[in-house]
Design a protein around this ligand. Structure first.
Ligand SMILES: C[S@@+](CC[C@H](N)C(=O)[O-])C[C@H]1O[C@@H](n2cnc3c(N)ncnc32)[C@H](O)[C@@H]1O
Length: 233
């Protein structure tokens, strides 16, 4: 599977949906939760605000985020894959006090109103979107003039740097073989492919400014293996 084909990406995540959370925990040693918590610390969502979790998958980040915006706020999770959303809805049903809603849709064309949300998060989504600049432009359109957004993903590293070699080793020798045991070799081989075409942190900052955001700053986590693009309208 090649990055840039939205139907294949949707099929891939529909296939993976039932195992996605387990794999996330196994393959990151549970650390994805720490990175997501750090993103929320940087974002500082507060009570009464309306937030978006774009490419929400099974709703991990939306569920955490929803605790911060109570009372009076809301979180809308949006994803193109119906099966991941089914799981997100089931998880949310167990916490009916959280102000969550879900929508199947395309991050490139959400159909949501202009200048509507106080903030947005996206975890491991931008890399899967056909054209990241268009995803950032759509985000800019639906966020209020003083809103902020945080985008967490792998940090694309220079291949022959020490960190880059570790990333390649980890993806090829740990992630893919483990995923292959469960029949998901191709699904996780796609991860390295998608990372190969994902812009570096400094380019992500430029793309965010080009999309219309006033400020953009890319920070690294996990000893440089992960990155977060922090942007302000
Ligand atoms: C790697 S998962 C991340 C899920 C979740 N954010 C997390 O961190 O656990 C990427 C998600 O992006 C979704 N996605 C990919 N392209 C999308 C698009 N154009 N519009 C909406 N969702 C998309 C996929 O369906 C998938 O659920």
């Amino acid at each position: 599977m090649k990055p840039g084909d939205s139907q294949s990406v949707e099929n891939l995540f529909n296939d993976l949906a039932p195992s996605y959370d387990l794999f996330n925990d196994l393959l990151s040693f549970g650390l994805h939760r720490v990175w997501k918590r750090q993103l929320l610390t940087w974002m500082q969502p507060i009570a009464g605000e309306n937030w978006l979790d774009v490419c929400c998958g099974t709703g991990d980040l939306a569920l955490s985020l929803a605790r911060f915006v109570r009372p009076g706020g809301t979180v809308l999770g949006i994803d193109s894959a119906a099966k991941t959303l089914e799981i997100a809805k089931k998880r949310a049903k167990k916490k009916p006090w959280l102000p969550l809603s879900w929508m199947q849709g395309d991050a490139l064309d959400t159909g949501l109103p202009d200048n509507h949300f106080d903030g947005a998060v996206m975890a491991f989504g931008l890399r899967n979107i056909v054209n990241p600049i268009d995803g950032l432009k759509e985000l800019h359109r639906i966020l209020k003039p003083d809103a902020r957004a945080g985008i967490l993903d792998f940090n694309p590293l220079i291949k022959n740097s020490l960190q880059g070699r570790f990333q390649t080793f980890y993806l090829r020798q740990v992630v893919v073989p483990l995923a292959a045991q469960a029949g998901f070799r191709d699904h996780y081989s796609y991860l390295e492919e998608s990372l190969r075409v994902f812009p570096q942190g400094s380019t992500q900052e430029s793309l965010a400014l080009e999309a219309g955001f006033k400020k953009a700053c890319h920070r690294t986590l996990a000893a440089g293996q992960m990155g977060a693009l922090l942007i302000h309208n």
